[in-house]
Write a protein that binds this ligand. Sequence first.
Ligand SMILES: Cc1cc2nc3c(=O)[nH]c(=O)nc-3n(C[C@H](O)[C@H](O)[C@H](O)COP(=O)(O)O)c2cc1C
Length: 214
Amino acid sequence: MQRNNNLKNMRSSYEQDQLLESNIDKNPFIQFTNWFEQVIKARIIDPNAMILATASKKGIPSARVVLLKDYDKTGFTFYTNYGSKKGKELTENPNASLLFWWKELERQIRIEGKIKKISKKESIEYFNLRPLKSRYGALASNQSEVVESREALEKKFSDLEKIFGDNPPMPENWGGYKLVPFKFEFWQGRQDRLHDRICYEKVKNDWKIYRLQP
Ligand SMILES: Cc1cc2nc3c(=O)[nH]c(=O)nc-3n(C[C@H](O)[C@H](O)[C@H](O)COP(=O)(O)O)c2cc1C
């Protein structure tokens, strides 16, 4: 393999903004909302894409992108297949973390918490809002299982379309998870690698706020 010497020179300088104790909200959910609204305004592609990290009960980690579909002061919700690798890991070990990296704003948010399933009723409501073909995608896929070929998957998709027409049911093993946070870190890139890192950690019913070294 040819060596890419340019990697050692690949770096950006972060200079757009700052995050100071004097300009944050005391509530991390409001701080999240403030940043998320700025991300929406900035018209970033897939602003709700976040990396979900889970771990098996032996502590072996895995990470993947999922889409944030809802949030409020109780937590952050995404949808998936409960039998997938992430689903199996979350059954064994409900500790998980979410990560947003919005490079256009030179910002990262890390959220740590425990995950629980949302109600079936809420999952069905969201499932029925999805585009028809996406509903079939969920129905046709035993997510994270080995499939013999692309053709086999497409055949299953079209066979199911013939059976269910315009009204596919939500698969039994599909639905939402909510991450209930106990820690947030808001990271704003700064010049000379002296980045701002402000953390919120839940202590009883309050959020303790502190700054970390970059
Ligand atoms: C932009 C983007 C958005 C995604 N959104 C989701 C999602 O909301 N839910 C989901 O289950 N997988 C989503 N995926 C696919 C996952 O990254 C992953 O491939 C899949 O969930 C299987 O992961 P697992 O085998 O670790 O369970 C998304 C991938 C990308 C790149």
